[in-house]
Design a protein around this ligand. Sequence first.
Ligand SMILES: NC(=O)C1=CN([C@@H]2O[C@H](COP(=O)(O)OP(=O)(O)OC[C@H]3O[C@@H](n4cnc5c(N)ncnc54)[C@H](O)[C@@H]3O)[C@@H](O)[C@H]2O)[C@@H](O)CC1
Ligand SMILES: Nc1ncnc2c1ncn2[C@@H]1O[C@H](COP(=O)(O)OP(=O)(O)O)[C@@H](O)[C@H]1O
Ligand SMILES: [K+]
Length: 481
Amino acid sequence: MTDLHTADQVRAAEAVALARTPEGALMQRAATGLATVCLRLAGRAVGLRVTLLVGSGDNGGDALWAGATLARRGAAVTGLLLDPDRAHPAGLAALRRAGARVVTAADAAGLDRADLVLDGITGIGGRGGLRPAAADAVGRAVAGPGLLVAVDVPSGVDADTGVVEDGAFPAQHTVTFGAVKPGLVVGEGRGHAGVVHLVDLGLELGPPAARQLTDGDVAALLPDPGAGDDKYSQGVVGIHAGSATYPGAGVLCTGAALRTRPGLVRYAGTAAEGVRAAWPEAIVSSGRPADAGRVQAWVVGPGGGTDDEARDVLAEVLALDLPVLVDADGLTLLADDLDLVRHRSAPTVLTPHDREFTRLGFDLAGDRIGAARSAAADLGAVVLLKGDATVVAGPDGTTFVNGTGTPWLATAGTGDVLSGVVGALLATGLPAVEAAAAGAHLHGRAGQLAAAGGPLIASDLVRHLPAAVHRVQGGLGHSRA
Ligand SMILES: NC(=O)C1=CN([C@@H]2O[C@H](COP(=O)(O)OP(=O)(O)OC[C@H]3O[C@@H](n4cnc5c(N)ncnc54)[C@H](O)[C@@H]3O)[C@@H](O)[C@H]2O)[C@@H](O)CC1
Ligand SMILES: Nc1ncnc2c1ncn2[C@@H]1O[C@H](COP(=O)(O)OP(=O)(O)O)[C@@H](O)[C@H]1O
Ligand SMILES: [K+]
């Protein structure tokens, strides 16, 4: 599990640690970790041309100390001071002692000729868009071929929300201190942070603001069937998806559920013929969900249409005292009457993409975690907000940010697959927020495995689900023909 802590949480823990450690010790730990990662990434120090972009706070201090270490190892380091009078004094003295060049914006030529650019303009103290001089320096430094490494947080990226301001530093790597901040793994911030390296400062942090599951976490939620299991005991999921004219969503969703937890999957709906042909393993009926037989969780909505019949089915399923996942057309219908969800006592999982989320009446500014959380609290439901780095929020504020996936998932039908995966996990009896987070993780892993073979379509994703399960359990993963 990767714990994600906000800037305020890190600052509060740092204050406690600062009071207990000699002056400068924490910054030394941070800068040593930073220099170590830089040396590993660059592969050498001697002759390495390094540009430091140095702001006026402690983030600049980290860059100056790390620059001094690199210079002592033989790198040709240039420190560009954006605010020379306020540069971290001890860090600046160390850089000068190490023999590095120190320049100001007025005489900073050749910023684009570095092999390594260290962004120490702002860290967790940055506010809003970069000031013009800082933005100009970023623009010039990133124009060259050098490796772009952000110190703690890419300048111009909000550490908590991942909102990216104009002119922000587009890091390929971010060396972050004390804890991974949510803004490095969510929203546009994820793309600007690149690969995140954590330097442990030994901070005593409280409960995280959000978490990211690892393969091992997901494997622990997905035990293999044991000798005492039968086809019912792993949880039976019911699927109502697709239609006679458009059976695709029913086929994909049912297949995804089967490929995730193959015990037993029931399908009930008007795509029965297509689903039966594709998945002889499923128990298929063309009747209403209430007549389909016992299940432990329902999936309703993908490709189900928005007519009166679909509206009745949605109300019927939501009236059951079982976990229910609502997706796609089901969400469009739900937007007319959110009380259908608010009144439930069994768990509900809603899986909107951005347009569906706003259709439900919620604001989606840049803060995806905040948006998913407030919708979840309002509705008393788990909200899984899809996209690059899917966010899953529970009504009690429990939050996960997904760390798997690939942009190749941006293709029709992959959402139907996600519904089937999460539905199957809900039926196992997992807490709904964990089922949703684990489902998003598995779905993303399947996407990565499928995309390794080139562009993927949604049925490839279904085929790769067993390999994804195998992979999270520690295997290398292979696909099924
Ligand atoms: N507090 C600590 O114990 C430690 C802090 N560390 C570093 O300290 C950083 C936080 O330091 P600070 O609180 O000094 O804050 P920062 O250095 O992140 O930023 C504050 C400075 O940036 C300027 N600034 C703010 N917004 C700006 C903008 N939009 N454009 C241009 N300049 C802007 C401000 O005028 C201020 O001088 C962390 O991110 C981390 O890198 C590490 O050294 C570890 C130890
Ligand atoms: N750019 C992207 N990067 C990573 N994953 C993405 C991206 N775009 C979409 N996805 C994922 O693909 C799936 C798309 O779901 P959805 O929009 O409901 O598609 P459909 O309705 O066609 O099934 C979601 O799991 C989403 O997280
Ligand atoms: K920075």
